[in-house]
Ligand binder design. Structure first.
Ligand SMILES: [Zn+2]
Length: 374
């Protein structure tokens, strides 16, 4: 069906906005040439974007031909979104701009007690403090995404199941959303981490995010869209069986990937401190070296299984992912050894965002929605 004039105008405006958003400052001619749009079309798009308060003229700079060209740039913080990641022992709150860059990010020890009025008030106070420090007016906040270790429905309102250790209050959404004037949605932690990490990979459209934190989870992104499955459990890699009749898992079954690949396997050796595990292991502690060696062997099996199912890039994320850098080649070698058909292990990738991935991914839901309708 042919698109009407309005739709074409919107599409061009949107493309122009996204182009400028990725750059600091550009001229009309730059945009016209890069996007193959006529100069009058670009001029119209820029005018619309200026009227919406999303683009500003940014002085002049030399262009080819000697004439001074007007520069344009995005007003990146014209709108912003909040992201909150609640884990067992910490909270990370971020405010991101239209380019998904942090305006502010705080992370601190915080243990939420569900079903407790004081605890909910403390959570609200933490969020309010970040809003205050960000300098962003409340009416510019598009919404707040909250990432939780739980299975959440597609509307972002209903918690289907939470991990036993967390015991999340089923009324969590109602209670928290009532406290704020902007929209609130809940997301699964691994899904939001995957969303944020995949957003940074320009070259591939299908991505698997393998999250190795206190619990093991994951996300499947096909064509950059999250795949949820029929019961919103798509990507629950932590409860695939790795070893038949292995040790019991908190889910009630045995030998799950979670038992072998969670960060707790490592940090339990060093008083719950994962940094300390890697520090002491790198200093040469034999027992820790052995544990890490076994961990990598098990991780290689899990990664290979995922590759057999999805044949896509796999990002190693979560807490362990943050330390993966210098061990990534070792992991690749182990996967390669398992399967002679694999001659290129570049599909195994390091995560880039570290602790902030779930919070940024949760906030980015609102940014992406907004950018679509510009
Ligand atoms: Zn399990």
């Amino acid at each position: 069906m042919a698109k009407n004039n309005m739709e074409v105008k919107k599409m061009n405006r949107n493309t122009i906005f996204r182009y400028i958003l990725k750059r600091d400052i550009v001229s009309k001619l730059d945009i016209s040439e890069a996007l193959r749009l006529s100069v009058p079309t670009v001029a119209q798009g820029l005018q619309d974007l200026q009227e919406k308060g999303l683009v500003t003229e940014e002085g002049t700079f030399d262009s080819t031909g000697g004439r001074k060209a007007k520069g344009y740039s995005c007003i990146r913080n014209a709108k912003a979104a909040l992201g909150v990641d609640i884990t067992e022992n910490h909270i990370n709150i971020v405010m991101i701009d239209l380019a998904e860059q942090n305006i502010i990010s705080i992370r601190k020890k915080f243990r939420i007690i569900y079903d407790n009025v004081m605890s909910y008030q403390a959570l609200k106070n933490e969020i309010e403090e970040v809003i205050g420090k960000s300098g962003i007016d409340r009416d510019r906040i598009l919404g707040m995404g909250i990432s939780l270790p739980a299975i959440i429905d597609r509307t972002g309102k209903v918690i289907y199941a939470s991990y036993e250790r967390m015991n999340i209050d089923p009324d969590f959404y109602d209670i928290v959303s009532r406290q704020f004037s902007f929209p609130v949605i809940l997301t699964n932690d691994a899904n939001s981490g995957g969303r944020a990490e995949a957003g940074l990979l320009e070259e591939v459209d299908d991505v698997i995010y393998f999250s190795l934190s206190q619990t093991v989870g994951g996300a499947v992104l096909i064509n950059r869209q999250l795949f949820y499955g029929q019961n919103q459990r798509g990507g629950e890699f932590g409860h695939m069986t790795l070893v038949v009749d292995g040790p019991p898992c908190y889910c009630g079954r045995r030998g799950c990937v979670d038992i072998y690949c969670s960060s707790a396997i490592l940090s339990n050796e060093t008083e719950g401190n994962l940094e300390l595990f890697f520090k002491r292991m790198e200093e040469g502690e034999e027992k820790l070296k052995k544990i890490w060696n076994t961990y990598l062997d098990n991780l290689a099996i899990a990664v290979h299984n995922l590759y057999m199912v999805f044949d896509s890039d796999i990002i190693i994320g979560g807490y362990v992912g943050m330390h993966m850098g210098k061990y990534l080649d070792d992991l690749k070698e182990r996967v390669k050894k398992m399967d002679t058909h694999i001659n290129n292990t570049n599909f195994i990738r390091e995560s880039k965002l570290k602790y902030e991935a779930p919070a940024i991914g949760a906030a980015s839901i609102f940014i992406e929605e907004y950018r679509k309708q510009i």
